[in-house]
Design a protein around this ligand. Sequence first.
Ligand code: ZN
Length: 160
Amino acid sequence: MVLSGAESSARFILTKELGRLSRWLRILGFDAEYDIGKNTSALIIEALRGNRIILTRTRRMPKPRGIRILTINEEKLQGQLAEVVRAFGLRLDAGKMFSRCIICNIALEDTEKEKVKDKVPEHVWRTQEQFVACPLCHRIYWRGSHWGNVADALEDFYPY
Ligand SMILES: [Zn+2]
C-alpha cells in the first residue's frame, strides 16, 4: 500500500475543534500542528511560515491569499479524514504510519529494545522487537500497539 502522491508530504495546522483529527493525521504520518489557543492571525502566520494547510470547522476564518484552507463539514472523524484525503489527493503510506508522536507531532526515533525494558509493560517487551521513542516527551511506541485498530478504522474508505 505504499503509494506516493503529490501531497504525500502535505503539512497541516488544525484549529481547536479538530483535536481528534489532528491526532489521526499524525498517526498516519502527516505533520499536523494543532492550534494551541492561538488567535487567527497567529494561526495564519504559522500556516504561511510552515507552508501548512489550515483545516478548520470555523466558517468565519479569513482567507488571505497564498493560504490554503479546507473547511471541514463532516461531524464524524472518519468522514473528516475522508474529506481531507479527497481534497488533497492524499495517499496513505503504511511505512509512515506511527512515525510521528501523536502528542508532540514530531518524528519518532528508533530506540534500542534494552533501553525501554522498564518503560513498557512486560508482555509488550517480551513480544515486540522494535520500539520508537519521542525525543521530546519520551513516550515509547511500538507497532503492535494500535496497528490493527488503525488498519480496521481505515478499511472503510481505503480498501487494502
Ligand atoms: Zn512526544
